[in-house]
Design a protein around this ligand. Structure first.
Ligand SMILES: [Cu+2]
Length: 118
């Protein structure tokens, strides 16, 4: 059994350190996901409300989709390639994400959870 891993890396942009304007602190949450039949890894992600997210999703096999309906986020993930999705979670809560490109017999279970902390 695989444990869901939480991979939320908060990265300060080095260039912003020099300007040191508190109102201008550019913090991004950089998240890396892999997609393959029929799972995302990690399948649990924790994000901060209001902080921009740079989400890189890499397909290890065929074409998949990535959709967070409640946050209005979706992307195609081309076969064997990466896609970068940028969004800023505007509300706290627990949201479902899933593959929305049919990829085979386990497609319906290819999903995960995003927790946005306020
Ligand atoms: Cu699928």
């Amino acid at each position: 059994m695989r444990f869901p891993r939480t991979a939320a890396v908060v990265a300060l942009i080095a260039g912003e350190l020099a300007t040191s304007s508190p109102a201008h602190t550019a913090v991004e949450q950089q998240i890396h996901l892999t997609a393959r039949k029929f799972e995302y890894s990690p399948n649990q992600i924790t994000l901060k409300e209001g902080t921009p997210v740079v989400l890189e999703i890499r397909s290890l096999d065929r074409k998949h989709g990535f959709s967070i309906p409640e946050l209005g986020v979706r992307a195609d993930v081309p076969a064997g390639k990466s896609v970068v999705v940028r969004f800023t979670p505007a509300k706290a809560g627990t949201f479902h994400f899933h593959c929305d490109v049919f990829c085979g017999s386990g497609h319906e279970g290819m999903e995960g959870t995003i927790v946005v902390e306020g």
